[in-house]
Design a protein around this ligand. Structure first.
Ligand code: NAD
Length: 565
């Protein structure tokens, strides 16, 4: 056989910047390029692969069958996670084909709840590098380090400092599972090209003593430092991104709320960024409530709403609902906020209490006497909606849930804390305790519940309904910033995509299997908003829907085509 020359190839029909100048095992070891047994005879000759893969050329569909057969042998969810992560690290196209076609089964594995276990075990199950780690030790070097990342085009960066991973607290560098998982959902659900995603873990230490005592922990073995040092590191990161990948959207993910709000406020008008825990959660929860309003035939402005938990998620959701009430009823923001009662670990959030309030709670502080338990706040506020975002599993007891029936025939009960163990109550509890009257949704998925011959399908207020579409839209029109109005529009779009049939099963969210259509529709709305408000960095295309569709990655192999020399 003739010697195979190293030549430049590109992938036919792919709007990504991948070019191949490697050959043989280098291609097989590069997950963005690898097709495994699916390389054609011609490609095997051209790329120096003959003999390195078994003789039979297989279609991707056959590879999918093999993957699912092996996946099915794993009974432990964490083993399933590891299996999928290994596939991700071996062959990205096949991974995304499998994930996209099995979203209902696999989203809970690659994201919450199983990603929570994976993060807790991160140093113990670690196999291969993915993404970038920036630590306090790298001060002054981040821009140079970004040159180590070989892709010159990045659309989306998801960054976490690991300080508040799901409802699991400070997991330090173990938090890397979250940016990786979120970006997998971006690709599967939003059609972002895999090679244009970058997960980053900002390692500013950890205050989790168990991790510091764990010899296999892979992050800095030191406690978190001063805010001054922390903010300087984040600033260096933001500046380095602007220089290396000026078009990249930065998604802030799972930061403690004492940093999440200041970071969002500092950068939201300067660079293309958003915080999913605040804005994405706000939009997805608002959408669920709008679905609940459709079910009940009521308006948001008629509701009284208790938030159990008063952190990033609570205030993100509350702000989004306020925007909804203002738009629908003409109330002022101040009037709308009177419909809210927020409860944190110290009790009802009130003005003139004995403790100083964090800034993000101030606008929702009520002029009331202190009340220190949920049931008492419910009795006093007489709510129609109860939203759990406290990270306190099983805090919606039977008494709490049944008390809600005194104020609404169909109380809305959203137990949004993640992972499942932190859910304020389960779907089964909510339906059984209210004889099926509750309109329930959760943060982590619950199975449908059968009761008295009827099936109740609990909705999952999964941020995945919102962020891939918003990120896709903002990135392809090269928006200058992501606005709250874009999230609000996304919430309304999502709520309108719930069918009457879904509502009849008491679910307030559409079927997750429609995610690509949902993301594309949301992206169209985001692009339109950017074009209408002078925020887009490109010319307005004649057909925005076709433009969005054409920009979405499809998990199919492309042919390797030699570049002309
Ligand atoms: P956070 O740390 O910012 O806020 C937690 C809040 O809960 C704080 O106000 C805290 O004071 C309060 N709290 C703690 N213990 C309490 C207690 N015993 N009683 C009352 N309040 C208590 O966290 P966050 O970002 O707001 O997230 C909270 C939870 O919501 C997490 O479990 C997270 O996974 C979940 N979440 C779900 C979604 C979703 O379903 N789409 C999105 C974002 C966050």
């Amino acid at each position: 056989m003739a010697m195979v020359k190293k030549r430049r190839y590109h992938l036919e029909h792919r709007d990504d910047p991948l070019e191949v100048i490697v050959r043989g095992t280098d291609i097989l070891n590069e997950p963005l390029l690898n097709k495994g047994t699916a390389f054609s005879e011609e490609e095997r000759d051209q790329l120096g692969l003959r003999g390195l893969v078994p003789p039979k050329v297989t279609a991707i569909e056959e590879q999918v069958i093999r993957v699912l057969e092996n996946y099915g042998r794993k009974t432990d969810p964490l083993e399933k996670f590891i299996f999928l992560a290994s596939l991700h690290d071996r062959n990205e196209t096949l991974y995304y084909k499998v994930l996209t076609e099995n979203l209902m089964e696999m989203t809970p594995i690659v994201y919450t709840p199983v990603v929570g276990d994976a993060c807790q075990q991160f140093g113990h199950i670690y196999r291969k590098n993915r993404g970038m780690y920036l630590s306090l030790n790298d001060k002054g070097q981040i821009r140079r380090m970004f040159d180590n990342w070989k892709q010159d085009e990045i659309d989306i960066i998801v960054i976490s400092d690991g300080s508040r991973i799901l409802g699991l607290g400070d997991l330090g560098a173990n938090g890397m599972g979250i940016p990786i998982g979120k970006l997998a959902l971006y690709v599967a659900g939003g059609g972002i090209f895999p090679c244009k995603t970058l997960p980053i873990l900002l390692d500013a230490g950890t205050n989790n003593q168990d991790l510091l005592d764990d010899p296999l922990y892979l992050g800095l073995h030191q406690k978190r430092g001063s805010d001054e040092e922390y903010y300087a590191l984040v600033d260096e990161f933001v500046n380095a991104v602007q220089d290396r990948w000026p078009k990249a959207l930065i998604q802030w993910e799972d930061f403690t709320n004492n940093h999440a709000f200041p970071l969002l406020n500092k950068y939201r008008d300067k660079v293309l960024c958003f915080n999913d825990d605040i804005q994405g959660t706000g939009a997805v929860a608002l959408s669920g409530l709008l679905g609940g309003m459709r079910m009940k035939g009521e308006k948001l402005a008629e509701q009284r709403i208790i938030f159990y938990g008063a952190g990033s998620a609570a205030v993100g959701i509350a702000d989004m609902i306020v925007a909804g009430i203002v738009e629908e009823s003409g109330m002022t923001e101040k009037e709308a906020r009177k419909l809210f009662w927020l409860i944190d670990s110290q009790g009802l959030v009130i003005k003139n209490g004995s403790r100083p309030l964090q800034d993000h709670k101030v606008l929702y502080a009520r002029d009331e006497e202190p009340i220190d338990n949920l049931l008492a706040v419910i009795k006093s506020a007489k709510p129609t909606i109860l939203v759990g975002v406290s990270g306190q599993g099983q805090s919606f007891t039977k008494d709490v849930v049944q008390e809600m029936l005194n104020y609404s025939e169909q109380p809305i009960i959203f137990a949004l804390s993640n992972p499942t163990s932190k859910s304020e109550c389960s779907a089964e509890q909510a339906y059984h305790w209210t004889d099926g009257k509750a309109i329930f949704a959760s943060g982590s998925p619950f199975d449908p519940v059968r009761m008295k011959g009827k099936i109740y399908v609990p909705g999952q207020g999964n941020n995945m309904f919102i962020f891939p579409g918003v990120g896709l839209g903002a990135s392809i029109c090269q928006a200058k910033k992501v606005t709250d109005a874009m999230f609000y529009a996304a919430a309304k779009t999502l709520a309108e995509m719930v069918t009457e049939e879904e509502l009849s099963l008491r679910t307030v969210y559409p079927d997750l299997r429609k995610i690509r259509k949902i993301s594309a529709t949301i992206a169209v709305g985001v692009c339109e908003m950017a074009f209408d408000n002078g925020l887009a960095g490109i010319e307005r295309p004649a057909d925005i829907a076709a433009f969005v569709e054409g920009k979405m990655f499809q998990p199919q192999y492309s042919k390797y085509v030699a570049a002309s020399e």
